[in-house]
Design a protein around this ligand. Structure first.
Ligand SMILES: Nc1ncnc2c1ncn2[C@@H]1O[C@H](COP(=O)(O)OP(=O)(O)OP(=O)(O)O)[C@@H](O)[C@H]1O
Length: 521
């Protein structure tokens, strides 16, 4: 084994291409030993964004080698993106590189290359490995300590199987320190999170839909040192449910194995959380709150579960045919009052975050005291309204939808201007007395990515709001949904806490969604 010197790797290109944040670690400071000659036939080179394996023996073994004639000499070279490298180690003269191998457009599985190296200078090989791991992980913490919660009923009972087949092998290959617990009853995830020692875990990973992460945020929020726990422990989703929005927004996928790779490589990302007060209760929401059409189609179609996801479409069509309206009174702390202002604010912030190479941490600290959750700046739903909130009375509201993340479902980027940690909620209101054709084309605009620009979609950024539903025309109660969970049909108030929670993401800065239309300015 011998090591050659090569020109330094262009960190800027690596960052741009792989979206992995770089840190200046000891390994990066090692002089640029980029090629490790494992044997006379095999060399391993740290390329711009990949590990390049040159293995002459691959030619001999390949079916393209006919009678010693090399038909395609590129077969001797393989590139494994650093993003896919899970772990690498040298045990005596045995070098093993574990990586996530793509087996289809929507899945990876762990694989490895193993080489017996000619040991002459183990120290240099160790150095090379350290640089490889540094390139593989960037600012992400390797070998994360992960408390895994599996909801055995998640995703119509598939979560346990998905964990065993798609998730656990990737975590094991990445040498994560994992403890698995199955939830035994509704609310168990909240109890586990409340009892959790935050110093013992980097991550709570929910093999579930969005219901379990909702519980985990709230369980951490019940701890005496809630703000500290919410900052220290990253809550992530390894998608195994019917609604997997947390993973879509942070990992860019609903595939369990790709999401696991994203979590293994994820960087800490502060996340706004919303306090919802209703009656005497205070609940944390990480995803959305809705009233009107969306809430009705979500929690109001539970009885049609047997239809699968078609229940949302059927629910929607029934309601637009019935021209449903949802009268209510709203008070809003408005930060950006129209789409132009929202779009400008989004791109200003996204650009600033992009220039800032490190994920923003502790921009606003709630943990100066060890008291639980931060105090409510705007009081609760039972207090007088803040003086500067704008009040509106709606007789014909169709949809009231406030989002903390962009995607609410695959192909449903309802809130393209949402950012993980800006201290603002994205509030959509849509009148209910529009024509059926207009309502239908609004639904279709979500899927084709033009929803933000639909004229009757009102889009604002808010610091908080209060909504007081009035009884429906037919005298029936409507529905209120918080993170997809059914809430009582009563007034509630919401207040956004900037970066109170923590999750992991690939970028540390933005959701895995395109912003609102073209960048402006
Ligand atoms: N062992 C259990 N028994 C009953 N309910 C459970 C259990 N474990 C978790 N739950 C509950 O299941 C609910 C839904 O979980 P989750 O979001 O993970 O799954 P899902 O497949 O997306 O389902 P849904 O479509 O109902 O949201 C959670 O609110 C949680 O309280």
């Amino acid at each position: 084994m011998f090591v050659t010197m090569a020109p330094s790797i262009d960190e800027g290109t690596l960052l741009a291409e792989r979206n992995i944040l770089s840190t200046t670690s000891n390994a990066s400071n090692i002089s640029t030993t980029s090629t490790l000659h494992v044997s006379s036939d095999v060399s391993l080179t740290l390329g711009t964004d990949s590990l390049i394996i040159l293995d002459e023996e691959i030619i001999d073994r390949s079916p393209g080698n006919c009678c010693g004639l090399v038909l395609n000499d590129s077969r001797a070279t393989r590139a494994i993106p650093f993003y896919n490298i899970l772990w690498a180690e040298l045990v005596k003269s045995d070098l093993t590189i574990h990586y996530a191998q793509r087996i289809s457009a929507t899945s990876v599985r762990p694989a490895y290359h193993n080489y017996a190296i000619d040991v002459q200078d183990t120290a240099q090989a160790e150095q090379w490995l350290a640089v490889l791991l540094d390139r593989a992980y960037g600012a992400a913490k390797p070998r994360k300590r992960i408390k895994v919660l599996v909801n055995p009923f998640g995703g119509q009972g598939k979560a346990q199987k998905l964990f065993a087949r798609e998730i656990e092998p990737v975590l094991a290959a990445a040498r994560c320190d994992v403890d698995v617990e199955r939830t035994a009853y509704g609310g168990h995830a909240a109890d586990i999170a409340e009892a959790l020692n935050p110093a013992a875990w980097d991550v709570v990973a929910c093999c579930s839909g969005d219901g379990v992460p909702h519980e985990v945020f709230n369980g951490l929020g019940r701890k005496p040192d809630a703000a500290r726990a919410l900052r220290d422990v990253a809550v992530v989703q390894l998608p195994c449910g019917s609604g997997n929005a947390l993973s879509l927004n942070m990992n860019g996928t609903a595939s369990p194995s790709l999401a696991t790779l994203a979590v293994v490589k994820g960087v800490r990302t502060p996340l706004d959380l919303v306090s919802v007060t209703q009656g005497a209760d205070r609940t944390l929401s990480f995803l959305s709150q809705s009233f009107g059409m969306v809430a009705d189609c979500d929690v109001g179609t539970e009885h049609m579960r047997w239809m699968g996801s078609a229940r949302f479409t059927v629910g929607f069509l029934t309601r637009i045919l019935g021209k449903c309206v949802y009268p209510c009174d709203i008070a809003i702390g408005v930060e950006h009052a129209d789409k132009d202002a929202v779009r400008r604010a989004y791109w200003d912030t996204a650009r600033r975050k992009h220039l800032d190479h490190l994920p923003e941490e502790d921009e606003e600290s709630y943990i100066e005291s060890d008291l639980g959750l931060p105090p409510l700046r705007f009081g609760t739903v039972n207090d007088p309204l803040p003086d500067d909130w704008r009040t509106e009375s709606h007789d014909h509201l169709g949809t009231f939808y406030c989002g903390n993340m962009a995607y609410m479902a695959p192909d449903a980027n309802f809130f393209p201007a949402a950012l993980p940690s800006e201290g603002l909620g994205d509030l959509i209101t849509i009148p209910g007395n529009i024509s059926r054709t207009a309502a239908l084309s609004t639904l279709l605009s979500v899927e084709n990515g033009t929803f933000f620009d639909v004229p009757h979609v009102n889009y604002r950024k808010v610091t908080g709001y209060r909504i007081t539903p009035r009884a429906c025309e037919k005298g029936e109660d409507g529905h209120i949904s918080v993170d997809g969970e059914k809430f009582p049909f009563e007034p509630f108030q919401a207040e956004v806490h900037k970066g109170l929670g923590t999750t992991l993401s690939r970028t540390g800065r933005v959701y895995e969604a395109s912003g609102p239309g073209d960048s402006i300015g």
